[in-house]
Design a protein around this ligand. Structure first.
Ligand code: NAD
Length: 437
């Protein structure tokens, strides 16, 4: 489901107002946050395997760097557009602030269907993107990472290209790299694990019995697979999963490791149960992505793309709890409907912040030249996610607001404090401020 270009950014920014009010934000701070700091649009020439030249459009938006270098992924997708990249950059700034890591927000994207490119074409495109971006990104200015349809190998190429341009090995310019090129242990499942930590906190607060919790996961990619596997290992019933081609549903639940194995081997989502090397089909219903969202489940995890729960289908969403792993899967019209129904939405800027948190760990390790164990990563990630989830939940209880508003309030308090620490009108012209108010 795609939306008009201008909408996504306007929709994202619209969420600022109620949170800014709760955070008591200075109007200047709010005004600053309504605009990205810088936008770079490029066209990348790529020599294709057949000898022809193709131009690819790409963007990088440095949304905010008040609290540290801007941070955010690079997406390869045919629907990438500037409004989306700006919205994603804005969300990154809020996300880093929610979990209290010293980064601002950024995002990048290339308008491309990577499935139509050969591996060599993909490498040329990725290196070409960095050639255009080399003066815009950097370990102390703007640090990219993977996003939809980009992966560790692409990050490795990009780091490599940047290091060649700067004539200096610079692993901290990009995160999500292969371990061998300075990646962090635990980055691959960090987003899923972060969302899992949030769900475990909900379990503790609500006294859930995992076996009685039916979960539907939309998007069985990196993040969706990991959260499903972690929940399944704890006894949760994963009753539905989907990918871009559609989904499968089984009331008794799936054996997630079997689904992951066959999906990654055959690139197809199949309802199977595997023992050793033998996989058998199990009975399951074939459903559409739209149907998955409306299933009678206890927990819905959108982990695919934005704008999946909209004003049109929100009333039919039956799950009482939605944990957003995708960025912006719920529109603000949908939010209003879900609020009325009493649905708890754990917002993207909190629920999917595990990825950027471990990206931060990777950047720290690259700069220190000292690498942590997997246990270190898991422990530090779990500590941050639990602490910040609880802080947001407490703010929600304190203000009687939605969890999304509480998360933005939590983020804005941090960003606002950093902007205010440099002085606002109230500091420079307190007399005038008093008159204006
Ligand atoms: P991925 O590319 O590994 O997986 C995406 C999955 O969504 C795939 O299974 C794909 O088939 C499916 N999909 C694509 N279009 C779909 C559609 N229209 N309907 C249903 N499914 C569809 O990506 P990922 O890394 O797992 O990221 C998933 C979401 O989580 C994205 O919105 C991304 O921005 C967000 N996210 C990811 C990370 C991370 O570290 N991976 C961090 C923060 C947020």
């Amino acid at each position: 489901m795609t939306r008009p270009e201008a909408d996504l950014f306007a929709d994202a920014i619209g969420r600022l107002d109620p949170a800014a009010e709760l955070a008591g934000l200075d109007s200047e701070v709010l005004e600053k946050l309504r605009h990205p700091k810088a936008v770079l649009q490029v066209w990348i020439p790529v020599r294709m395997d057949d000898g022809s030249l193709r131009m690819f459009e790409g963007y990088r938006v440095r949304y905010d760097d008040t609290r540290g270098p801007a941070k955010g992924g690079i997406r390869y997708h045919p629907d990438v557009h500037l409004s989306e990249v700006k919205a994603l950059g804005f969300w990154m700034a809020c996300k880093c602030a929610v979990v209290g890591i010293p980064f601002g927000g950024a995002k990048g994207g290339v308008v491309v269907n990577p499935k139509e490119l050969s591996k060599l074409e993909l490498e040329r495109l990725s290196r070409g993107f960095v050639q255009q971006m080399a003066d815009f990104i950097g370990p102390e200015t703007d640090v990219p990472a993977p996003d939809v349809y980009t992966n560790p190998m692409i990050m490795g190429w990009m780091m490599d290209e940047y290091s060649v341009i700067k004539r200096q090995r610079t692993p901290a310019v990009i995160t999500g790299k292969p371990i061998e090129l300075g990646g962090s242990l635990g980055r691959d499942d960090a987003t899923g694990r972060g969302a899992y930590s949030c769900i475990k906190e909900l379990e503790r607060r609500r006294g859930w019995q995992p076996r009685s919790i039916r979960v539907a996961v939309q998007g069985f990619g990196n993040a969706g697979q990991h959260v499903a596997a972690l929940l399944h290992a704890d006894g949760y019933r994963i009753v539905a999963v989907s990918d871009s081609k559609g989904g499968i549903h089984r009331a008794e639940g799936f054996d997630v490791p079997s689904l992951v194995r066959t999906k990654n081997e055959s690139r197809q989502l199949r309802a199977v149960y595997c023992e050793g090397s033998v996989c058998e089909m199990v009975e399951a219903d074939v459903i559409t992505n739209a149907e998955l969202l409306e299933l009678d489940v206890d927990l819905l995890v959108p982990a695919a793309l934005e704008c999946q729960i909209t004003g049109e289908n929100a009333a039919r969403v039956q799950a009482p709890v939605v944990v957003e792993i995708a960025n912006g899967p719920t529109t603000s019209e949908a939010d209003a409907v879900l609020r009325k129904k009493g649905t708890l939405v754990v917002p993207d800027i909190l629920a999917n912040a595990g990825g950027v948190t471990v990206s931060y760990f990777e950047w720290v390790q690259n700069r220190a030249g000292y690498y942590w164990t997997l246990d270190d990563v898991h422990e530090r990630l779990g500590t941050i996610m639990r602490r910040e989830f609880d802080a947001v939940h407490d703010l929600m209880d304190q203000h009687g607001c939605e969890m999304r508003t509480a998360a933005y309030t939590h983020a804005l308090l941090r960003i606002g404090a950093a902007i205010q620490a440099r002085g606002t009108r109230a500091y420079f012209r307190p007399d005038r401020d008093a008159v204006r108010r």
